[in-house]
Every structure is written in C-alpha cells, then in structure tokens.
Design a protein around this ligand. Structure first.
Ligand code: CS2
Ligand code: MN
Length: 356
C-alpha cells in the first residue's frame, strides 16, 4: 500500500506541500485541478506543472481526485459523446505524467452531502454530521446550507458551474431510474476503459454519500450488490472502486469489512479512503464523522485494515475527512491536523499487521 494525502492546490488552500511532507510515512499527494470546468480537457501543461510542484516538495502524484463526470454523461443525453471524448483525452494526458488512478463518482447532481459542516463535539473540535430530520425539504435549501457552511471554500463536487443549472437537471432526473443510470454508466465505461487499459490508468468510482437516494434522485453505488454490478458491467481491473469506508458505512445494513475483503480479493480497489463514523441514531442513519480511531466511532478500523492487508491490497490509500482541531480553520473535512493524526494511526495499524 502507499499512503497519500489529499491536497487541493496552492491557490485553493493554505495547507502547504511542505506541511504534508512532514507527516511521517506520507509518500504521495492525491491532487486535482479544481479550476477546470467539469467536462473540459485537462491541459498537459497544467498537469506537468502540478506534478513538478509536488515532486519538488519530495512527494509523488499518482492519484487524481476527482476528474468529475459531466452531467450529460450521467444523464445519458446525446451530447454525452463529446464529453466522453474529452474524458478520454484527459486520461491520456494524465497518463503521460505518470498518473495511475482517477477517482470520480457517479452521483447525479450532488456530490456528498451532510446537514451540518460545523458540528461541535464535546472535546471542542468540530466535524461534519448528518441528521435525517435536519435534511432540508428542497434541494435549493440544501445547496444554500452547504454553501453557507463551507466557510468561503468551494467544496469538492459542489462547483458553482455544476449547480447553476441544477433545476433543469433535477427535473430531467425525475424520469431516470437506477437502471437508466446504470446503463449510462456502462456506456461511459465501455467507451473509456479501452483507453485506460492502453495507457495504464485505473478508474476508481467513489461510493454514493449517503449510500441511498436523496430527493428521489437515482443512485447506483450504494452497497455490495451495486459494487458487484459495477465491476461486472465492464469486467476489467481498470474499472475499479475508491473504497470509502465512511460513505459505505452510512447505511448500517452494509458490512464494510466484508465489502473491503471481497473487492480487495477481486483486485478492484486501486484506491481506499479509510475513515470512521459514529452513529448517533442507527435507525435514522444519523451520524457524525468521528476521529479515525476505532474507539471513537462505530467502525472497527483494525478489521478494515486487516481486510485490506490480508487480501493483498497494493493500491493507494488515504485518511479521509478529519475534524477541525487545535484552532485550525479551513475547508470543512480537510484540515491538516486531524487528517495527519488519522494517517499516522492507519500507518500504525498497517505496521502491526505487517509484523503479525
Ligand atoms: C468525498 C467526495 O471522499 C471525499 O472527500 O467526500 O467529495 C469525493 O472526493 C468524491 O465523491 C469523489 O469523486
Ligand atoms: Mn471518501
């Protein structure tokens, strides 16, 4: 396994590559180009500059999170072919600079969502939480909440250009079923996986967060059966999963450890997000994003790391969202300190597993 840390870019946040470099055992950056509008080709010069900047700081760039999917591809409208061609060009451009994994998601309209981006824990730290009874009744209100809670940062997957046409898009999805969405996914994968195989870039789909339908929108990456369907839709190791333990676990019916074990064994996890959540009400699926440590949340992090380890995981891994601690401010979920603690903890678990 290779330990990494997500970084949004020098113009997008105050965390420095030099800070990340000082986290023991952190080898690589999970990078992005936040300012490229969804669907546009990622220019080679920009990828090259990003790679050089990261390597100058003594880190590697092998994983991109995310190259977002144009809504037309998810909707399956005729204009999708143009965006798919662009996506293929982006894959080729990334491959030229040594990128091995592209993380993305296939959620209609919204990326991840929470009802509180500044939920205070008794120790004085703050985290992200979801309380079903606090879910706004309209998508407009939800967008307002997310933007108001973001502290001036653009949230990943909540890019303004993506949300600007959301009313029309939302209306369109009224007639799209989960199976239609699956068909659109398959069409996309059949088009791009030959390119991925040719240039050696693995696609890694992030699960839906939350892993159930919101506002009646279709969803297709919610549980073991969905992941199984996805992998079989185009049966290639280049059609893989970003196994995000925190997202999968939000549905208490999902057996996270069994899912990690199965898909690691099937060689379909090129990238893992490993984090904990704490249920506050299991029946309502209410939770907050807990510190990574098992004792702080509802997940057995040792068992998760063991499922990766014992089934031969050799992909990239990163801690996922962290709390805001020690007075830090920044993009919700993406402070430096708590994610660094999470990373160290995961490294500790891994060392124990290696020596066992
Ligand atoms: C998620 C997503 O893991 C995460 O941070 O909350 O924003 C994730 O980056 C995307 O869904 C992947 O495309
Ligand atoms: Mn994740």
């Amino acid at each position: 396994m290779e330990m990494t840390f997500r970084w949004y870019g020098a113009n997008e946040e105050k965390i420095k590559l030099e800070d990340i470099r000082q986290i023991p055992g952190c080898k690589g950056i999970v990078g992005t180009l936040m300012d490229i509008p969804v669907g546009e080709v990622w220019p080679k010069e920009r990828i090259k500059a990003l790679k050089e900047e990261i390597e100058a700081a003594g880190l590697t760039l092998k994983v991109i999170e995310s190259v977002n999917i144009h809504e037309d591809i998810k909707m399956g409208v005729p204009t999708h072919d143009k965006w798919i061609e662009n996506y293929k060009t982006t894959i080729r451009n990334l491959a030229e600079y040594g990128i091995e994994v592209i993380c993305y998601n296939f959620m209609p309209v919204f990326d991840w969502l929470k009802t509180d981006l500044d939920f205070k824990l008794p120790d004085g730290s703050s985290t992200l939480s979801f309380v079903s009874s606090d879910m706004p009744t309209s998508p407009e209100a939800l967008i307002q909440n997310m933007e108001a809670g973001a502290d001036g940062f653009s949230l990943p997957g909540w890019e303004p250009e993506r949300l600007s046409q959301f009313k029309e898009v939302f209306a369109f999805y009224k007639n799209v079923t989960d199976d239609d969405l699956r068909a659109n996914f398959k069409y996309f994968m059949e088009a791009i996986i030959p390119t991925c195989e040719e240039v050696g870039v693995k696609m890694a789909c992030h699960p839906d967060d939350p892993p159930y339908s919101v506002f009646g929108l279709p969803r297709m990456v919610k549980n073991r059966e969905d992941l199984d369907w996805m992998c079989n839709a185009v049966d290639s190791p280049y059609n893989g999963i970003t196994l995000c333990t925190g997202s999968i676990a939000e549905d208490p019916a999902n057996d996270v450890v069994a899912i990690v074990a199965e898909f690691t064994k099937r060689n379909r996890i090129p990238f893992a997000h490993v984090r904990n959540i704490k249920f506050t009400n299991v029946a309502a699926k209410d939770f907050y994003e807990a510190p990574h440590l098992s004792s702080e949340g509802s997940l057995d992090m040792y068992a998760i790391m063991q499922a990766l380890h014992d089934n031969g995981f050799d992909g990239y891994i990163r801690p996922d969202h962290g709390r805001m601690i020690w007075g830090e401010t920044g993009r919700p979920g993406y402070g430096l300190y708590d994610r660094a603690l999470g990373l160290s903890y995961l490294n500790g678990l891994w060392e124990a597993l290696e020596k066992k």
